[in-house]
Design a protein. Structure first.
Lengths: 475, 270
C-alpha cells in the first residue's frame, strides 16, 4: 500500500505521495492513515464543478484534482480577471479547499501557470514567455518523459522549445509536442464541458445577495428583458427556460420551465418562474441569499410572424391568453396534468380519446366526426364519463348473448329496466389478437333512469366464463 | 337624528351597488336554454354568464347526471363565446370515482372536444386556485370544475370570489359537486338526478332524461323540471310534453306506431 496523498502536516514531516505505508509508519509511527476514496474524490470534484459554474457556464473536469473553466466573456462581470480569480480563491478557501489558480490564453498554459507560475494571470498574447522558465512537468507530460528529458539535461520548457522538433518527436513521442503546442496555442484544445451549453444566456451578478422570492423574480424579469433582446435578434422564442441561482455558500438551485409556444415576453417568463417557485416544496432555500443569477433559453424555436388578418386578431389574442394560462397551470400542476383531448383514431373506447399534454398538442388531423358516431337518433352512443380502468361487475344475464337483467356494481344491486345493444368491438387486427377478447357493449338503464355502459369481455367461443365490466356512465 | 339620514343614504347606496354588481361588468350574452318553462324562470332573459353556478348531484350515484347537466350548460356557453375554449378541472380521485370526461361523450352533450383543455389537480384547494386563475385570465369561456366531495373549502368566500372574477371576465364557473355545499354564493344552484326515459320499448333507451331542480335563482324563480336531452338538436325538451303526445299513439298491441308514427301516414297517402 502506498500513500496517494498527504496533508500539509504530513508534508512538513517529510512524507510524500508514493511512499509505501510501511515506510511511512517506520519513519513516523504516529501517522494517521485514511483509505483513499477515488470515487468520493471524483464526486466532490463534480460538485465543485457545479459550484464553479457561477464564474462561467463552461466547466470541464480535469481529473483527479483540477477544473478548467472557459471564462471568455465572463471576466468583465466580475470587474476583471484579477478580481474574478480573487473571488474564486476567497470562496474556495472559505469552503476549506486550498486552491491554485491560473488564467491564461490556452487551457494548457493556464494549467501550467496554476501549478508553476509566479503570478496567477498570464498576460494576454504572451504564450511562450511564461512557459520558458517553468520545469518540463508544466507541460502535462508523463513523469517518465520528464525523467528522460532530465537525463539529457533538459529541465525547463524553454530548453524543450529550443530543440529541433523532429528529433524530439522521434525520441519522446508525439505527445510531448502536442502538449507543447496546446500550451502555446498552436493547436486547439477544446474543453469538454460537463454540461451542454446552450447559446442563449444572460446573467446578473449582485453585490448584495438577494434573499426574497419577490427579489429573485424581479431580477428574473430584468434578465428576461435582456434575453429577449438576444432572442429577438435571431427571430426566435424560447420553449424551455432554465434559471440557475448561485447561493453565496456554493449551493446551486436550478429551475426549469417549459411553454407551449415560443416565448420571449419577459413578464410571462417571470410569471412561469413565479409558478415554478411557488410549486417548490421547500421554497427557494435562499438562506444567505443568491449572488449570481443566470437565465437560459434552453430550447428555442422560430417565432411565427403575427398574422395580419384583421378579423383573425381576436382569435389570435384569445389563443395567446389560453397558452399563457395553460403554461402557468402546467408549471404548477405538472406537464401531464394539463391536456387537450384528441381523437385517438382507434376503435377501443379507452383509446378513442387521448389526453395529450397541452404543450405537445398539435392541431387535430383526425376529426371527432370521423370517430364512432357519438349519437344515434338523439341518444348518445358513447358515455360522457369513461373509467380509465373498467370496473368489474357481477351480472346475471337472461340469455348467454343477452344483456344483464341485474348487476351489482360497487356493492349496489341494480335492476336493468332497458338495454340497448350489443355493440361489438373487436381488438384491433393490426396489433395481433392473441389473448385479447372481443367485447360486447350494452347501454343499460336501471329503474331509476341511471345509465351505464357495460361490456361482456369475451364471446362464448373465446372464453368459457366471460366477465362483465362497467366502462362508463351516461347522464 | 343625523344617524337616520346617514342610514338611509347607506341603504340607498347598498341597493345601488348591489344592482350594479349584478348588472354591470362584461356579462357577454346571457345563456338561454331555448325551452320556454326553463327560460321563463329567468324572466325570459336567460341566465348571466359571468357568475358561478353550482350543479350538485341530488343523491349519491347521480354524479354523472349532474355532470351531464353542467356539460349541456357548458356547451351553450361555448356557443355564446365563439373562439374561446373551456377549462375542465377534475380532482385526481374524481376520475376514479365517476369517470373521466370522454371526447365522443362530450360532443354528444354539445361540447366540442377540440375546445376543451382538461386539467387534473391534486386536491380541492388546488382546484379552487385553478378556477380562480382561469376566471381571471379571460382566456376561457367557462370553467367546469368537478369536486370529488362536497368540500368545506368551497364555501361562501370562495364562491363570492368566483362571482367577482367571473363578472369581470365574463367567464362562467360551473361547480359540479356530489352534494350541495352548505353555504354558497353561487347565483344559481341546481340539483340534478337521472329520470327514467319514456322509451316504450325495453330494447331501446330513448333520449336521456334528467330531473333538474333549481333551488336558488338570483335572477328569477326557482322550479323543478324533468327534461330530455336531444343530442341531434343539442337542446333540452320537457319530458312531459312528449309524454302527453305519445300515449295517444302508444297502444300495447302496436308498439311500433308509438316509436315512429311516420310509416303509418305514408301508407295512407300512398
Amino acid at each position: 500500500m502506498r500513500a496517494t496523498a498527504v496533508d500539509a502536516a504530513a508534508e512538513a514531516l517529510g512524507l510524500h505521495p508514493g511512499l509505501s505505508l510501511s515506510d511511512a509508519r517506520a519513519r513516523r509511527p504516529e501517522v494517521e492513515v485514511v483509505e483513499a476514496d477515488p470515487a468520493g474524490d471524483a464526486a466532490l470534484l463534480k460538485r465543485m464543478a457545479e459550484a464553479a459554474r457561477r464564474w462561467s457556464p463552461v466547466v470541464a473536469l480535469d481529473a483527479p484534482d483540477g477544473l478548467l473553466l472557459d471564462v471568455s466573456g465572463c471576466a468583465h462581470l466580475w470587474g476583471g480577471e484579477e478580481s474574478m480569480l480573487a473571488d474564486a480563491a476567497r470562496r474556495m478557501r472559505v469552503l476549506g479547499f486550498s486552491v491554485r489558480l491560473g488564467l491564461a490564453d490556452t487551457p494548457g498554459l493556464a494549467w501550467a501557470v496554476a501549478r508553476y507560475g509566479e503570478r496567477p494571470v498570464a498576460p494576454g498574447g504572451a504564450r511562450r514567455e511564461p512557459l520558458e522558465t517553468m520545469p518540463t512537468a508544466a507541460l502535462r507530460i508523463p513523469s517518465e518523459t520528464v525523467q528522460a528529458l532530465a537525463r539529457v539535461g533538459v529541465r525547463t520548457v524553454g530548453q524543450v522549445m529550443d530543440k529541433p522538433r523532429g528529433p524530439l518527436a522521434r525520441r519522446y513521442g508525439a505527445a510531448l509536442l502536442l502538449r507543447l503546442d496546446q500550451a502555446t496555442g498552436l493547436r486547439a484544445e477544446p474543453l469538454k464541458a460537463e454540461q451542454e451549453v446552450p447559446p442563449h444566456r444572460v446573467e446578473q451578478r449582485l453585490f448584495e445577495p438577494v434573499v426574497s422570492e419577490a427579489g429573485v423574480l424581479a431580477f428574473v424579469e430584468r434578465l428576461a428583458e435582456a434575453l429577449k433582446a438576444r432572442l429577438d435578434g435571431e427571430g426566435v422564442g424560447g420553449r424551455r427556460f432554465g434559471l440557475e441561482l448561485f447561493r453565496v455558500d456554493g449551493a446551486v438551485k436550478r429551475l426549469e420551465v417549459a411553454c407551449s409556444r415560443p416565448l420571449a415576453e419577459p413578464r410571462r417568463i417571470a410569471a412561469l418562474f413565479a409558478e415554478r417557485i411557488a410549486s417548490l416544496n421547500d421554497g427557494l432555500e435562499a438562506d444567505y441569499g443568491f449572488d449570481v443569477l443566470r437565465l437560459w433559453a434552453l430550447k428555442v424555436q422560430p417565432l411565427k410572424a403575427a398574422t395580419g388578418a384583421l378579423d383573425g386578431m381576436a382569435v389570435e389574442s384569445a389563443d395567446a391568453e389560453l397558452d399563457a394560462l395553460a403554461d402557468r397551470l402546467a408549471v404548477r400542476l405538472g406537464d401531464k396534468a394539463v391536456t387537450r383531448l384528441k381523437p385517438g383514431d382507434r376503435r377501443e373506447p379507452e383509446r378513442a380519446c387521448r389526453a395529450v399534454p397541452y404543450a405537445e398538442a398539435e392541431p387535430s388531423v383526425a376529426s371527432w366526426a370521423a370517430e364512432v358516431p357519438a349519437a344515434y337518433q338523439g341518444t348518445p352512443l358513447r358515455p360522457l364519463k369513461l373509467f380509465r380502468r373498467p370496473e368489474p361487475v357481477e351480472a346475471v344475464a337472461e340469455a348467454p348473448d343477452g344483456p344483464p337483467l341485474r348487476f351489482t356494481w360497487r356493492r349496489v344491486a341494480r335492476r336493468v329496466a332497458k338495454a340497448e345493444g350489443p355493440e361489438r368491438i373487436a381488438p384491433d387486427w393490426s396489433e395481433g389478437r392473441a389473448g385479447r377478447l372481443t367485447r360486447d357493449y350494452w347501454r343499460l338503464e336501471d329503474d331509476q333512469g341511471r345509465r351505464y355502459w357495460v361490456f361482456r369481455h369475451g364471446l362464448y367461443e373465446e372464453t368459457d366464463a366471460p366477465r362483465w365490466w362497467v366502462h362508463g356512465l351516461f347522464p | 337624528m343625523a344617524d337616520a339620514g346617514a342610514l338611509a343614504a347607506l341603504r340607498r347606496r347598498l341597493v345601488r351597488d348591489e344592482a350594479a354588481s349584478t348588472r354591470s361588468g362584461p356579462v357577454q350574452g346571457r345563456l338561454k336554454f331555448d325551452l320556454t318553462p326553463l327560460d321563463a324562470a329567468f324572466g325570459g332573459a336567460g341566465l348571466p354568464m359571468g357568475a358561478a353556478h353550482e350543479v350538485a348531484a341530488a343523491a349519491a350515484g347521480e354524479e354523472a347526471a349532474a355532470f351531464g347537466w353542467a356539460a349541456a350548460m357548458l356547451g351553450r356557453a361555448l356557443d355564446l363565446r365563439p373562439g374561446l375554449s373551456t377549462l375542465l378541472v377534475q380532482e385526481d380521485g374524481a376520475g376514479r370515482e365517476s369517470g373521466e370526461p370522454d371526447g365522443p361523450g362530450l360532443s354528444a352533450w354539445g361540447v366540442d372536444p377540440d375546445r376543451v383543455v382538461a386539467t387534473r389537480t391534486r386536491d380541492a384547494a388546488e382546484t379552487l386556485k385553478v378556477i380562480d386563475d382561469a376566471l381571471k385570465s379571460g382566456a376561457v369561456a367557462a370553467v367546469l370544475a368537478e369536486f370529488r366531495q362536497a368540500d368545506p373549502r368551497l364555501d361562501l368566500t370562495a364562491t363570492r370570489r368566483f362571482n367577482l372574477a367571473a363578472a369581470r371576465s365574463g367567464a362562467m364557473a360551473l361547480l359540479v359537486t356530489p352534494a350541495p355545499a352548505e353555504t354558497s354564493a353561487a347565483v344559481t344552484r341546481w340539483r340534478v338526478s337521472s329520470a327514467p326515459s319514456l322509451s316504450p320499448s325495453r330494447g331501446l333507451l330513448g333520449p336521456p332524461a334528467l330531473r333538474v331542480e333549481l333551488t336558488r335563482n338570483r335572477y328569477g324563480r326557482t322550479g323543478a323540471w324533468t327534461l330530455e336531452w336531444d343530442c341531434d338538436e343539442r337542446r333540452f325538451r320537457t319530458q312531459n310534453a312528449v309524454g302527453v303526445v305519445r300515449p295517444v299513439l302508444d297502444r300495447p298491441d302496436r308498439p311500433d306506431l308509438a316509436a315512429d308514427p311516420a310509416p303509418d301516414r305514408r301508407r295512407q297517402t300512398g
